[in-house]
Design a protein around this ligand. Structure first.
Ligand code: GMT
Length: 379
């Protein structure tokens, strides 16, 4: 089977879209594909530095208030497709990455080089940027050769931006790699975080307002009164400093541990007793999938695609957005009952297996192959 040569365009920073795209790039390499990352820096979670990478600069000109990323990205995609004879560009996140990919495809067409574009939408590219730039978003969703969304919920939201309605959006869920299923807890890390054997709750995210971090802190204050617990934030320390203001007034503050961003989230899930999330929207929640693979039960808000990842009462509990009491009550229920926690954890691992790289990668692979062979894509 001849393999298409693929360029992947995505954010290299902390965040679900970049994480998934990095994992996909690594998976492509593992399976013998030529896959080049086109981005402004090497992906945060890509530990090997010898994989193909095209660095995008930015356009600075005194006429503009800030530097422009998109023209530089489009230019770099065109350059890379020509230099590496790429067949497919896979952009993760609609604006500006999908935008640049479409622009590049049109430029390349005029230069006599055909290239296909897949856009994977991840969440805020639709519900924030897409909805406030709906003409552009609608155009891009129509112009792509294939659009995938990480959940049914997000696919439906994205489809609303396409007017008049045409085509459909294919759901290809996120996946988790095998290393999450097989983690050995570090005694040293557990001891550092919970020196007196306290239970450990982990929240891992980029701590943006959509994550409603203050709800987590408020719930933790209640949990902490009932059970000796530590709350660990894994994410950007600087952002936490800004959002975590309410906790300082409370006794529970001493039990909040703020860890920086990590390239090995597995090590936190390996020692966690519970994963917590209070987001007002999550298209999927790759973080909770990774936690599930490591056997960690979750308490989360019932939003977007989260019910696909966290099975209510089976792998954790789902609550209404802003319902701090429910977040606390279900967390306490799990932390107080080891048998329940174990059962939820076992179910979580089983459920996560249906989202493993082995299950999901072949879906991407068949999309790449179909595009490469110029077949009509079935959605
Ligand atoms: O964080 C990002 O890189 C993008 C991002 C977003 O805010 O759109 O995250 C989304 O993509 C992840 C991977 O597909 C999903 O697991 C997250 O649920 C989703 N976040 C939101 O929808 C808020």
């Amino acid at each position: 089977m001849k393999k298409p040569r693929i360029g992947l365009v995505y954010s290299p920073w902390l965040g679900g879209s970049g994480t998934l795209a990095t994992e996909l790039t690594l998976e492509l390499h593992k399976r013998g594909y030529f896959a080049k990352t086109i981005s402004f820096s090497r992906p945060f979670r890509m530990k090997t530095r010898d994989l193909p990478f095209a660095k995008v600069g930015s356009l600075n000109y005194p006429l503009f208030p800030s530097s422009l990323y998109q023209p530089a990205l489009t230019e770099k995609i065109v350059e890379t497709v020509l230099a590496d004879n790429l067949d497919i560009i896979h952009a993760h996140y609609l604006i500006p990455f999908g935008s640049s990919a479409i622009e590049a495809r049109e430029i390349l067409k005029r230069l006599g080089k055909k290239v296909k574009v897949i856009i994977t939408v991840h969440g805020t590219d639709i519900i924030r940027l897409g909805e406030t730039n709906s003409y552009l978003a609608g155009y891009l969703l129509k112009a792509a050769d294939v659009v995938t969304a990480v959940s049914e919920d997000l696919a439906l939201r994205a489809a609303k931006l396409i007017k008049p309605k045409s085509g459909s959006i294919r759901v290809v869920p996120n996946f988790v790699n095998e290393t999450f299923f097989d983690v050995t807890p570090s005694v040293k890390l557990r001891k550092r975080i919970a020196p007196n054997g306290e239970k450990i709750i982990v929240h891992m995210s980029n701590l943006r307002p959509i994550k409603r971090v203050n709800d987590i802190i408020k719930a933790f204050i209640k949990i902490n009164k009932k059970t000796p617990t530590k709350l660990v934030f894994v994410g950007d320390k600087g952002v936490f400093e800004k959002v975590g203001t309410i906790s300082r007034r409370f006794k529970a503050f001493k039990d909040i541990v703020v860890e920086g961003k990590t390239t090995t989230p597995q090590k936190y899930w390996a020692i966690a007793d519970l994963a917590i999330q209070a987001s007002s929207y999550e298209s999927f929640s790759l973080v909770l999938l990774e936690a599930a693979a490591a056997g960690v039960p979750a308490v989360s808000t019932r939003v977007g695609g989260v019910p696909d990842v966290v099975l209510d009462k089976k792998t954790g509990y789902l609550v209404k957005v802003g319902d701090i009491d429910a977040l606390a009550t279900y967390s306490i229920k799990i932390l107080a009952d080891d048998n329940l926690a174990k059962e939820l954890g076992r179910n979580a691992i089983e459920h996560a297996k249906s989202y493993s790289n082995e299950e999901i990668f072949p879906i991407f692979e068949s999309l790449y192959q179909s595009l490469f062979r110029l077949e009509k894509i079935k959605v």
